[in-house]
Each structure stands twice: as structure tokens, then as C-alpha cells.
Ligand binder design. Structure first.
Ligand code: COA
Length: 260
């Protein structure tokens, strides 16, 4: 897969999508947002891809937000296209049937943090920095930051970050529950790949049902959400992988899941 602003590699059932505009700390312009949506669509459609890792090129930035060069002279309607392109790519990634892991290797600011938040799991280098600095430019987050941040870390902390525009360290992000794990910078990609390999070895239909129940149950009333879980859990009994997982446990051996 060839893109101007992204690198996409697939190895051992794991796709790695790397934002590749290091000269602007991987800032997101419209072209990159559209390429990203396209890359996620392809990863979603490719049965050979079981897990997607999202990261940034170079050692300074994951993504330093929207490309501020593209804001000058834009009308609300033009900027709406940009925000819609971001929302659509991120929701596609969040709701696709395979996991996405953010490997946050540096600045994850503005749209960068919003991309990381739409991933299922976030790993960070100890050098990473997080924030929603939009307010310092006279705008607010536009790729889900006002919504996913409050859902992930609570309304009080979300307002602290969005209203102040302050940057926080990886350690602080970990304490807030914004990132799952923090590693020394040089270990980040190895540790992320190791975890991705584990997820890639899980039965795909169970992965799909687990994401489905969590994603769509989250905003439901508890009884409706529990009923959704009952349906999703029961559907797993239609798969060969369920038979294999149970048999392997009882026979004290490793399961061999085939995705059926
Ligand atoms: N859009 C466009 N260009 C950006 C950018 C962005 N979001 N973030 C960084 N860049 C560019 C800088 O303009 C600079 O370009 P130059 O070398 O041509 O001058 C280059 O990337 C390196 O950034 P620089 O600011 O020199 O690095 P720094 O270490 O001093 O600061 C940041 C790093 C991330 C703190 C700083 O670049 C920054 O605040 N970026 C904007 C973050 C932001 O507000 N994002 C939300 C946008 S809605």
C-alpha cells in the first residue's frame, strides 16, 4: 500500500500504520486524514490483518495535531470537511472488528491525542507528551477530543486538559488512565509488537464480539447493554474456535484458532 504521508507495512498479521511527515512533527493535513481513512478501510477489509498498530515516524512525535498551516483563511464549511474526515476515519478504526493499538512515540497533541484515544489500547514511550492545545489557538478539539477524553478519564480531568491546553507527561497520562502502559522509548515498539502478536493470536470472532459489546454497550442503559452482551457472548458458540478453545483447555494444550 503506497501513500504520500503514511507508511503501511503488514507482517505476521499485524499492520503498522506510521504517520510520516516528520518535518511538521507528523501534523495532520486533509490529505493525510483522507489517506488514514483509506488505510484503515484497507486494514479492516484485509483478513490477513488481525491487529493494527498506529505510530509516528521519527523520535519526536506521534502526531503534533492538525497541520496549523492549513487553518489560515479556512471557512467553517471547509473546516467541517476536515473534521468530518477525521471523525469518520477514527470511528471506523474504533468500531472495526480488529484491535488498534497506539504506540505513542512522542508528542500526541490535539488530533494526535484524538487518534490515540480512538485506538483500543494506548502504549506510550516515557518521552511522550499529551495534550489538547486547541484552546490556545482559539478553537476546541474537533476529532472527538471533547467526547472521548471525558469518557476515558472523566469529565473533571477532561475539562482540566481541554480548558488549559496544558501538556502532560506519559507518567501523568498513565496515572489518569489515559494510557495503558509506559515503556522506555527504545522498548516501545518491541513491547507494542509483542502485545499485538498476543491479540493477533486470539480468535477473531471473539475479538469482534468483545469490541462490539464494549463499544455499543457503553452508551446504553445497563439492562440493554447486558442484553447486548448476552447476544454477543452466545454468538461465540457458533464458532469452531470456541470448540477449539474449550477442547484445548480440557486437554491441557495450546489452542490453535483458525478464525472459523
Ligand atoms: N502544524 C504545523 N506545523 C507544525 C505543527 C502543527 N500542528 N506542530 C509542529 N509543527 C512544525 C513547526 O512549525 C516546526 O516547523 P519549522 O521547523 O518549519 O519551524 C516543526 O514542526 C518543529 O516544531 P517546533 O515547534 O520547532 O518544535 P518544538 O520542539 O519547539 O515544539 C511542539 C514542539 C509540538 C510543542 C510545538 O511544535 C507545537 O506546539 N506544535 C503545535 C501543537 C498544536 O497546537 N497542535 C494542535 C493543533 S489544532
Amino acid at each position: 500500500m503506497e501513500y504520500k504521508n503514511l507508511l503501511v507495512e503488514v507482517e505476521n498479521n499485524i499492520a503498522t500504520v506510521t504517520f510520516n511527515r516528520p518535518q511538521v512533527l507528523n501534523a495532520m493535513n486533509m490529505e493525510t486524514a483522507l489517506e488514514f481513512g483509506n488505510a484503515i478501510q484497507k486494514c479492516k477489509a484485509d483478513d490477513n490483518v488481525r491487529v493494527v498498530i498506529i505510530t509516528g515516524s521519527g523520535d519526536r512525535a506521534f502526531v503534533a495535531g492538525a497541520d496549523i498551516n492549513e487553518f489560515k483563511g479556512k471557512s467553517p464549511r471547509e473546516i467541517m470537511k476536515f473534521t468530518e474526515a477525521g471523525h469518520s476515519a477514527l470511528r471506523l478504526m474504533e468500531t472495526m472488528e480488529k484491535p488498534a493499538i497506539a504506540a505513542v512515540n512522542g508528542y500526541a497533541l490535539g488530533g494526535g491525542l484524538e487518534i490515540a484515544m480512538a485506538c483500543d489500547v494506548r502504549f506510550a514511550s516515557d518521552k511522550a507528551r499529551f495534550g489538547q492545545p486547541e484552546i490556545t489557538l482559539g478553537l476546541i478539539p474537533g476529532w472527538g477530543g471533547t467526547q472521548r477524553l471525558a469518557r476515558l478519564i472523566g469529565m473533571g480531568r477532561a475539562k482540566e486538559l481541554v480548558l488549559s491546553g496544558e501538556q502532560i507527561t506519559a507518567q501523568r497520562a498513565y496515572e489518569m488512565g489515559l494510557v495503558n502502559r509506559v515503556f522506555p522509548a527504545e522498548q516501545l515498539m518491541d513491547e507494542t509488537r509483542k502485545f499485538a502478536q498476543r491479540l493477533a493470536g486470539m480468535p477473531p470472532f471473539s475479538t469482534k464480539m468483545a469490541k462490539y459489546a464494549i463499544n455499543y454497550g457503553y452508551d446504553m442503559a445497563l439492562d440493554s447493554a447486558n442484553n447486548l452482551e448476552i447476544q454477543c457472548m452466545s454468538q461465540c458458540f457458533s464458532t469452531k474456535d470456541l470448540e477449539e478453545g474449550v477442547a484445548a483447555f480440557l486437554e491441557k494444550r495450546k489452542p490453535n484458532f483458525v478464525g472459523k
